[in-house]
Design a protein around this ligand. Structure first.
Ligand code: 57M
Length: 358
């Protein structure tokens, strides 16, 4: 909104021309998101304590987690607010992609919110059933995917990292792939969110990576030079990624060990779905598997554990998702989290290398 208000003033004052630049507006979006986070989060933590929006008791997890009982949850609410407000302020709201991603953020945030509220209000601490959650995830992911598919000029070819000459065209089947990516990533981030800072760290690295990619794929000159798909209008997503990055860093300030706030499903489901939606729009569908490798690893550990128990009657890990395995091996929480962040940064660098190694 401020963009629409301030930029036209350049006719009278040339200084306002600076609002034309995506880079400048992205910096403003990051700063605005940080300010919102730092003002809103302490207030929310206080209020959530008063309203008893606190995490449930867990009996079957590594012992140290019983100490976390009573930590306020649903901090994802602040991440959503601190992402949406700067996006509204600094991006071009005539851009379809901005609205599609905001829809993804809010719709999956609503599923998470319903789950968190149900967990808090039910006696057994159980949220909405897996079936209901999955049904809504499928519905919203389908709407998002169809909207992206119908956006004029959207290409249904896949970018295969490291291979510039391979770009299979999926046609209408692209919608099915997009639904799979969105639902899968949403659940993968949720599975990862089990230690202080564990999910938000990789979310931040993915956000930073996609911020750069959005800028490059949305700029015809850079896209041509790097021989990547040019996606008209995707440049504005740089601002949204910047807002999410700032919101993520602001949240990490309070979620760092010992966490004063958890993001809840409100945060994890929506952040996962949003990153996936951006990946689909900027044609980095497969790259998401690399840059979001921590989420993939956590999910695969659960799949292996469940299948192994079913077929062999034995566990592969002491407990899945894999972060519990390391906890039970005796690593302390900070060590696991920081090591997972390091892996996430390495994966982001690997993802960046695909721009040149093709
Ligand atoms: C929810 N929720 C955290 C917090 C956070 C299929 C199965 C693998 C599913 C999986 C599962 O339910 N995962 C999703 C994980 C919980 O955190 C809350 O939930 C939100 C995210 N959805 O924002 O509100 C707890 O995690 C800890 N936490 C932190 N810091 C944070 O910043 O310490 C969270 C955020 C919090 C807090 O203690 O209370 C969670 O872990 O419960 N299930 C599991 O993960 C279970 N694994 C399991 O059963 N493994 C089996 C099989 C099925 C693979 C096996 O290995 O044999 C574990 N979780 C629970 N009990 N609750 C282990 C047992």
């Amino acid at each position: 909104m401020l963009y629409h208000l301030l930029y036209p003033l350049y006719v009278k004052f040339s200084l306002f021309n600076v609002f034309r630049y995506i880079t400048f507006r992205t910096v403003l979006a990051i700063l605005t998101a940080l300010i919102i986070s730092f003002i809103l989060t302490p207030y929310i933590i206080k209020k959530f304590h008063e309203w008893k929006i606190k995490s449930d008791k867990r009996e079957d997890v590594p012992e140290r987690h019983t100490m976390k009982q009573g930590t306020p949850t649903m901090g994802g609410f602040v991440i959503l607010v601190a992402t949406i407000i700067p996006t509204f302020l600094w991006s071009d709201l005539r851009n379809n992609y901005i609205w599609i991603v905001i829809f993804g953020l809010l719709s999956f945030g609503a599923i998470g919110f319903a789950d968190d509220i149900k967990k808090l209000s039910s006696k057994n601490g159980k949220g909405i059933t897996g079936k209901t959650k999955m049904t809504f995830q499928m519905i919203f992911a389908s709407i998002i995917s169809v909207l992206i598919y119908l956006n004029p000029g959207f290409i249904t070819q896949l970018t295969v990292p490291f291979f510039k000459n391979i770009a299979p065209d999926l046609g209408i089947f692209y919608i099915i792939l997009a639904v799979f990516i969105i639902v899968g990533t949403s659940n993968a981030v949720n599975l990862t969110d089990g230690l202080d800072g564990l999910a938000i760290g990789p979310v931040i690295t993915v956000c930073a990576t996609f911020m750069l990619f959005s800028y490059l794929v949305g700029n015809i000159k850079f896209a041509q030079y790097l021989q990547i798909f040019y996606v008209k209008g995707a440049g504005e997503l740089t601002i949204l990624c910047g807002a999410m990055l700032g919101a993520g860093i602001g949240f990490l300030w309070y979620n760092a060990h010992p966490a004063e706030l958890f993001m809840g499903d409100t945060g994890s489901l929506s952040l996962g779905a949003t990153l996936a939606t951006i990946a689909v729009i900027i044609k980095q569908e497969i790259l998401l598997v690399i840059v979001g490798g921590i989420f993939v690893l956590e999910t695969i550990s659960v799949i292996i554990q469940v299948l192994s128990f079913k077929w062999r009657g034995k566990r592969v890990f002491k407990m899945a998702p894999i972060h519990h395995h390391y906890e039970l091996k005796g690593w302390n929480e900070e060590k696991i989290v920081v090591r997972f962040w390091i892996v996430s940064i390495i994966l982001a660098l690997l993802a960046l290398s695909t721009l040149k190694l093709r």
